[in-house]
Design a protein around this ligand. Structure first.
Ligand code: ZN
Length: 234
């Protein structure tokens, strides 16, 4: 009896010391050198983008080794945090650049307005979607300037971001709308990347082409009306 009780106490003790499922144990599995490697990768790409675009405001890049599939830009701390869950979804450096460029755009916005941008967050609170579209488009400019392929932004979104049912109940526009707006922006401003498109056979890009077929046809019609010729960009 005593032995059995001791065994139960031992097992309970083990469970408390080593929780079976928690993000804490997940973090411990990654070695320091691996974390350092990823942190350096993110910082290097981030600073490459800042310098290539001659951005006048400071920001830093922090790697958080938890599972969350996300990244964010802290309005007051001016640091950009990228989670491991997001990092492992990114297949190449262009896709990483797409995430960082979007957050860098938010970070630069945080400097705008009186009192060193202290009240800038109010704009974000009242019109968050406007700033999401802005960040997506400005990310394309940042990417091109830093030597990255802007179509990676569409590939990244289509692979990583879910699709809400409606637009109105979210701070972010529907992913399909965001991808379409990035596509249109690239089409108008940097069409060469759609002609010479290294993502042409990428499965996530192919899926975007499939799911945006109707919207792209509408867009193409609008463009043709404004007589830019019948060019079949893919
Ligand atoms: Zn955003």
């Amino acid at each position: 009896m005593m032995k059995r009780l001791l065994a139960v106490v031992f097992v309970l003790g083990m469970m408390l010391a080593y929780p079976l499922s928690s993000s804490a144990s997940d973090v411990l599995l990654i070695s320091t050198s691996e974390q350092k490697k990823v942190q350096n990768h993110i910082s290097t790409v981030g600073f490459k983008i800042l310098n290539a675009n001659e951005l006048p405001n400071r920001t830093v890049f922090i790697y958080d080794s938890s599972k969350t599939i996300n990244a964010y830009s802290a309005f007051f701390g001016r640091n950009i945090v990228l989670y491991r869950g997001m990092y492992i979804m990114l297949d190449d450096e262009d896709m990483l650049a797409a995430v960082l460029c979007h957050e860098i755009s938010h970070s630069m916005d945080s400097y705008e307005g009186p009192f060193r941008g202290t009240f800038g967050f109010l704009n974000y609170t009242y019109a968050p979607k406007k700033y999401e579209y802005k960040a997506d488009k400005r990310a394309v400019d940042f990417m091109v300037k830093a030597g990255y392929h802007p179509v990676a932004a569409i590939v990244m979104m289509n692979k990583v971001m879910g699709q809400n049912r409606y637009d109105w109940n979210s701070s972010h526009p529907l992913t399909s709308r965001r991808m379409m707006s990035v596509y249109e922006y690239i089409y108008k401003k940097y069409p060469e990347y759609l002609v010479d498109n290294k993502y042409k056979t990428n499965i996530y890009y192919q899926n975007f082409l499939l799911t945006s077929k109707e919207n792209r046809a509408k867009f193409q019609k609008k463009i043709e009306k404004n007589s830019r010729g019948n060019v079949d960009y893919l």
